[in-house]
Design a protein around this ligand. Sequence first.
Ligand SMILES: NC(=O)c1ccc[n+]([C@@H]2O[C@H](COP(=O)([O-])OP(=O)(O)OC[C@H]3O[C@@H](n4cnc5c(N)ncnc54)[C@H](O)[C@@H]3O)[C@@H](O)[C@H]2O)c1
Length: 313
Amino acid sequence: MNIKNVVVVGAGMMGNALAQVFASNPDLHVTLKTRSLKDDRWQPIENNLDIMIARGAATEQEKKDIMSRIHFETDDAKAYSDADFVIECFPEVMETKQQLLCTIENYCSEKCILATNSSVMSSTEIGSKCKHPERVVGAHFWNPGHLIPLVEVIKSDKTEEWVIDETMELMTSCGKKPVYCKKDVPGFVANRLQHALWREAFYMVENGIADAKTVDDACKYGPGLRWPVMGPMENSDLVSIQLTKNIHDYILPHLADNHEPSKCLQEMLDRGDNGFKTGKGWQEWTPEQIEASNTGLREYLIDYIANQKKKQA
Ligand SMILES: NC(=O)c1ccc[n+]([C@@H]2O[C@H](COP(=O)([O-])OP(=O)(O)OC[C@H]3O[C@@H](n4cnc5c(N)ncnc54)[C@H](O)[C@@H]3O)[C@@H](O)[C@H]2O)c1
């Protein structure tokens, strides 16, 4: 791999997590490009690592090593001139991201890869103002970025193959599981899958087939247990193509196929219900339940990482 110097731009939620991920690779030097050098700048990364240490997913030595490989920088020239790979974690505003990549191009070498962590925006459009759009690529981490292994590597209409290869290799070298999305489509791969499922889930609640908790339970205690080891394509092969075809002949005409958001979403918003933010959405939530939900997911992910590390040891 040719990448040695990685720059993460924007020290927000994703930027801090990504700096930690890249710094887990001892061969990389990581710069976190930030607006100012605040006294508490290390806090998000330290907090993330301390929680991991408490549950056996990291050690004090790893924390020390990771933090020693990250340095904060405010100056454009100093941050970008030696960069091999820059990933932007700026707010989700198209013009801001386009402008940022153009600024980076003024300082970095022609061989530097410019990646965007945008959740939804087209990497083709983000790179469209660049002098060298062929080195712009999507690299979509999932939140929490330091815990979820998946990174979607998205080819824009212009991205060259070497950029994809280097980006995939970089992610693997940092312990991530990169997947290659060959076309710059809305939702990339994983969000298309996720929102196809959400559409059906909302449809069932809207049509009185099941209540919200039942839909969640049906995922958590059934297919959701299968998904970490078997995705839909392998599962289809397992049950046979013939059975898959027979099932789809029968069931597809009955599944949700709306191209607009569920009308329940607007009705809830009109009532002032906004999920965890207001304590009510599809279900009602107490502050304790909200805390338990957030903590439960984070602990589950950390335990997954701790178990993976044990297996590798
Ligand atoms: N939050 C998520 O769940 C999630 C998941 C995957 C991808 N993303 C994507 O990652 C990107 C960042 O999201 P986030 O949640 O980390 O946002 P955030 O608001 O937490 O972070 C954005 C950071 O950019 C910084 N910034 C803005 N202007 C700057 C400037 N001129 N110089 C230096 N820093 C500047 C802000 O100070 C802030 O720290 C977005 O594109 C988002 O779509 C977010």
